[in-house]
Design a protein around this ligand. Structure first.
Ligand code: SAM
Length: 214
């Protein structure tokens, strides 16, 4: 039988610590969330591979390193209210939920949203609400957010999302062309009408489809 706990420990050391992830809370969250529960049954043995995996509907669960780097870049505090755009399998939402207070996670594909809800409920994770809809415009009913985490790449950071950040809030999102050349950016809301953006490096994500995306 596969020893998932051992694979998870190896993933944290070999893929995250070895490549510079240092935030102890992020490493602890990644060491605790059972990634195998979020991948299709047939791919469970590959759950801790160093890359994305297909989850159906043409979508993917992101590479563990990317999940960790985005969580680290968002500098999440225990009391933070988090918006997660692109629930996919629900894995990143589960990691974010260990770092902050509550996660509102939006997915545009109903079948994925339903499966993610079932997976999260099965693991007893009670501080994530999965919503089915277009997250490229954020989720106004619960705004503002301390952290906005976007796991699909759009042409630019949607102004609507920037406005849903609380003062001092952080948004982490890939932007750029649908194929090659995407960049991961972090936006910090520094004042009521001021946002600062920095570039965190090259990435490859599925497209953000919707009114504020492609
Ligand atoms: N974070 C996910 C996980 O842990 O499994 C992986 C996310 S996957 C790379 C990107 C997801 O974003 C896909 O499931 C896709 O359907 C979703 N997506 C794309 N555009 C969206 C939109 N406008 N609103 C909500 N979800 C969207």
């Amino acid at each position: 039988m596969t020893d998932f706990a051992a694979l998870r420990r190896a993933m944290v050391e070999d893929q995250l610590v070895a490549r510079g992830v240092t935030d102890a809370r992020v490493l602890a969250a990644m060491a605790e969330v059972p990634r195998e529960a979020f991948v299709p049954e047939a791919l469970r043995a590959r759950a801790y591979e160093d890359g994305p995996l297909p989850i159906g509907d043409g979508q993917t669960i992101s590479q563990p390193l990317i999940v960790a780097l985005m969580a680290e870049a968002a500098r999440i505090l225990p009391g933070d209210r988090i918006l997660d755009v692109g629930t996919g399998s629900g894995y990143a939402a589960a990691v974010l939920a260990r770092l902050g207070r509550f996660v509102w996670s939006i997915e545009r594909i109903e079948t994925l949203a339903e499966r993610a809800r079932a997976t999260l409920a099965g693991l007893g994770i009670g501080n994530v609400e999965v919503i089915c809809g277009d997250g490229s415009l954020g989720w106004a009913p619960q705004a503002p957010y301390d952290v906005i985490h976007v796991a699909a790449s759009g042409p630019a950071v949607p102004a609507t999302l920037e406005r849903q950040l609380a003062l001092g809030g952080r948004l982490v999102m890939p932007i750029g062309p649908r194929a090659d050349g995407q960049r991961l950016v972090r936006v910090r809301r520094t004042a009521e009408g001021a946002w600062e953006q920095d570039d965190l490096g090259g990435v490859a994500f599925v497209p953000l489809i919707g009114a504020g995306g492609w």
